[in-house]
Design a protein around this ligand. Sequence first.
Ligand code: SAH
Ligand code: SF4
Ligand code: F3S
Length: 453
Amino acid sequence: MTNTNPKKLFIKTWGCQMNVYDSRKMADVLAPMGYQEVTEPDGADIIILNTCHIREKATEKVFSELGRLKKHKDVAEEQGKKMLMAVAGCVAQAEGDFIAERAPYVDMVFGPQSYGTLPEMVAKATGAYGKERVINTDFDEEDKFDKLPEETIATGPTAFLAVQEGCDKFCTFCVVPYTRGGEYSRRVQAVLDEAQQLRDKGVKEISLLGQNVNAYHGLNENGQTESLADLLIKVADIDGIERVRYTTSHPRDMRDDLIEAHAHPAVMPYLHLPVQSGSDKILKTMNRKHTRDLYFDIIEKFRRVRPDIAISGDFIVGFPGETDQDFEDTMDLIKRINYSSAFSFKYSQRPGTPAATMGGLIREDIKNERLQRLQALLNDQMKAFNEQTVGMELPILFDGITSKGQLHGRTPYNQAIHVNGNPRLNNTIENVRVTSTNGKSLMGDLVLLEDVA
Ligand code: SAH
Ligand code: SF4
Ligand code: F3S
C-alpha cells in the first residue's frame, strides 16, 4: 500500500503498560488503512483516548480531556473536514454508555477486547457503510490477540509483549477483573512469533506483560501447558534478544521455576511483586489470598538465586479498616524487604468493587500522612540502592537521547542512567561505569572511552 497522503492518528494513553501495548497495537491495526501516528492532536483524522479506570477521577479526567480535544474537532469541521473522536480502554469498558450519553460528539466508544475489529469500527464511523456511531464494550469469546496483526511498527530497542490478560483474583479494591475480564493466556507460538517480529525490527529487550503475568499457562503446539518460566526462557533464547523482563506478578502465582529462571543471563535481575499491605488482617480483607510471610519466603527464594535482584512493589495506604498498627506492619515489611523502587497510592474507592461498601473508611488527612511516611521510607531505600551501584561496571541498553544530547539507558536493575557518548550508540548495549547518582537516576561513563583515555 502506498502512503502518499497518510491519514493522521493521535492516541493519548493513560494507565498501565498493557494500555501502552494496546495503543501500539491499535496503531498497527490501523496502519494498513493508511493511518500514521502523530504526536499532536492538531489536524488528526482520528483521536483515540486510551483510558485507565484504576483510581478516582478517572472518568472526570476523560471528560475534561474530551472537552479540550473537541476544539480540534470543531476547527476541523469548520474547515469541512471530519475528525473521529474515540474513547477506548478501561473507562470505555466500565462506563461506555455514560460517556456516549454525556459526550454526543464522541464517535466511538470501545473496550480493550475489541481492538482487532478497529478497521470495521472506523469504517462504520467514517461512513463507508453510512456513518454510524460505534459503541462496543462486549467481551469477545475469541482470542483478542489473534485478530491483531503480528506485524508491528515498533521503534526502539525495547518493547512490551502481552502474553496474558485479565484477572480472576478479585482483590476487593480493584476494577481490573471487571474492565479486562477473566484470565486468558495466549498460545506459546503466537507469543514467539510476535517476539521474532520485534527482534526483526531491532528490539533487544522484551517485557512480557500480563495483569497477572505469572499466572500464564498458554498452550504449546503439542497441546501442553507451559508456564511463564518456560515462555520467558524461550523468548530469551531467540537470537538477538538480549534481555527479558516480565510484569506484573502476583505472590499467589509465584512458582519455583520462575524464580530459577533468573539464573539465565538474559533474565534481568529485577522483580516487580506488588504486596499492597504488610498487615495480614488487611491482606485478608483485600482478598489478596496470601500472608506477609508468604511474601517474605518468595523474596528470600529469589535472593538465593540472584542475591543482587532489585525488588519493586506496589502499596495501598488507608484501605478501609487500616489501623495505625496495620500501617506500621506495612512499614516493617518495607524495612525487611528493602525495595529498589515502588509505586504507592492512597486507597481510592471504586464503584462496584466490594471494598467500596466496607465500613471503616480512613480520613483523608490520615491517608496523606501515611502515604508521606511510606514514600519517604521508599525514597530512602531507592536512593540507597542507587548509591550502592555507584562504582559498578554494568551493561547498559541505550534507548534514547535526552534533550541535552546525552544517551539515556537502563541498567539490568531497571535504573535509568545518563551517559555522555556518541548518539550512534543508541539502541546498543555497552559497558558503563556508574559514576554518581542524584538519588533517582544514575550518571556513568562508557568503559570504552575510559580505556582509550
Ligand atoms: N495486577 C497488578 C496490579 C494492577 S493495578 C497486581 O495484582 O498487583 C496497579 C496498582 O494500582 C495495584 O497494584 C494497586 O497498588 C493500585 N490500585 C489498584 N486499585 C486501587 C485502588 N482502588 N485504590 C488505590 N490503588 C489501587
Ligand atoms: Fe487487581 Fe488484584 Fe487482579 Fe491485581 S490481582 S489486577 S490488584 S484484582
Ligand atoms: Fe488502568 Fe485498565 Fe491498566 S484500569 S491500570 S488501564 S488494566
